[in-house]
Design a protein around this ligand. Structure first.
Ligand SMILES: Nc1ncnc2c1ncn2[C@@H]1O[C@H](COP(=O)(O)OP(=O)(O)OP(=O)(O)O)[C@@H](O)[C@H]1O
Ligand SMILES: [Mg+2]
Length: 324
């Protein structure tokens, strides 16, 4: 059976046990330390994480540009190389230039000619809003305009999977908005998108699912709301007269409480379920006053998960290498 690219594929993307290290004069850098991801067709997935988390390395392996040290990549039932040959994957990388001395239209037309089932070049130019630049040489574009051209190049093969490494990094606010509007058009037809980003708001607004990476590992994977819940969606603050160790351990044992912090008489409960926590807290601590419940944002979740990774899981080797 051959892949019918006109229809939405039924099998998705599997990354199984992926690892990748780089040799450097200072010793090995373990960029990706064992990643398992399964993405369903039609999902829009954000790879989120701080600098050096392993996002680009993962994307390069997904695109077949970098061979993994171990593990496998399957894209719609094919290897990355076969999927790319079939025109099933479009990519927009973080680094690398565009071919010089051609006009924008010439370059897009050339790329389109390499694929079996391309989109109409004019349609792509319109979709990516580069009509006014179509006759300009690719060397004469600004950073944000080059990003739009790269997006057009990624789209023109009419891929089922679009992989984007920090697609909006050089774009101004308006271009970012345009970019995501175009992306919505693309995903509404059942296409799959994987994009790396530092922008929490982008991941929150445009992804169905966020895979949070830190130090070469996945530290959270789920909808933005689930990720917020993993780290304590809400915080309860209260004043408690003379909280002793017994009180603190009773607070830790309350349902829905993930962490307890006390500064003098002020206690702070991080909660995965603040409703249950509050219901149990009030009868157990009737002397509590000045009670406040506040929500945590995705930013807080992100910081806690990415910085807490080495501390909470105590990966001595990871912490050691991170110091190098
Ligand atoms: N070719 C390479 N040689 C040596 N080390 C590398 C190479 N490519 C990546 N690394 C290292 O691997 C780790 C992961 O890098 P990667 O580019 O995947 O991170 P990232 O999450 O994309 O970061 P950023 O947000 O800065 O783009 C980093 O420590 C980086 O320095
Ligand atoms: Mg990167």
């Amino acid at each position: 059976m051959t892949a019918n690219l006109a229809t939405v594929p039924t099998t998705g993307i599997q990354l199984s046990g992926l690892t990748k290290s780089f040799r450097t004069p200072q010793g090995p850098v373990h960029a990706v330390r064992g990643i398992d991801v399964s993405i369903a067709p039609g999902e829009t997935v954000a790879l989120l994480g701080p600098n050096g988390a392993g996002k680009s390395t993962t994307i390069d392996m997904l695109l077949g540009l970098l061979p993994p040290d171990s593990g496998t990549v399957t894209v719609f039932g094919m290897s990355s190389a076969d999927a790319i040959r079939a025109g099933a994957i479009g990519g927009m990388l973080q680094t690398g230039g565009v071919i010089q001395y051609l006009s924008v239209r010439e370059l897009i037309t050339m790329v389109a000619s390499l694929y079996p089932n391309p989109l109409d070049v004019d349609e792509v130019i319109e979709l990516t809003r580069i009509g006014d630049l179509a006759d300009r040489k690719t060397t004469k574009l600004s950073g944000g305009q080059t990003q739009r051209l790269r997006f057009a190049i990624g789209l023109v093969s009419n891929p089922d999977l679009l992989v984007l490494d920090e697609p909006t990094v050089a774009m101004d606010v308006e271009s970012r908005r345009d970019f995501w509007a175009t992306m919505r058009t693309f995903t509404s037809s059942g296409k799959t998108v994987v994009f790396a980003t530092h922008y929490l708001d982008e991941a929150d607004a445009y992804a169905d699912r966020i895979i949070l990476m830190a130090n070469g590992r996945i530290v959270a994977d789920g909808a933005a709301t689930e990720i917020k819940a993993t780290v304590g969606l809400r915080t309860i603050r209260a004043t408690l007269p003379r909280p002793d160790l017994v009180a603190l351990s009773a607070l830790s044992a309350l349902p829905g409480v993930t962490n307890v912090d006390a500064r003098g008489e002020a206690v702070i409960l991080n909660c995965s379920d603040s409703d249950s926590a509050l219901r149990a807290f009030l009868p157990a601590f009737p002397a509590a006053r000045d009670i406040e419940v506040t929500g945590a944002g995705l930013e807080e979740a992100f910081m806690q998960l990415t910085t807490g990774q080495q501390l909470t899981t105590g990966q001595a080797a990871g912490a050691e290498e991170a110091r190098q």
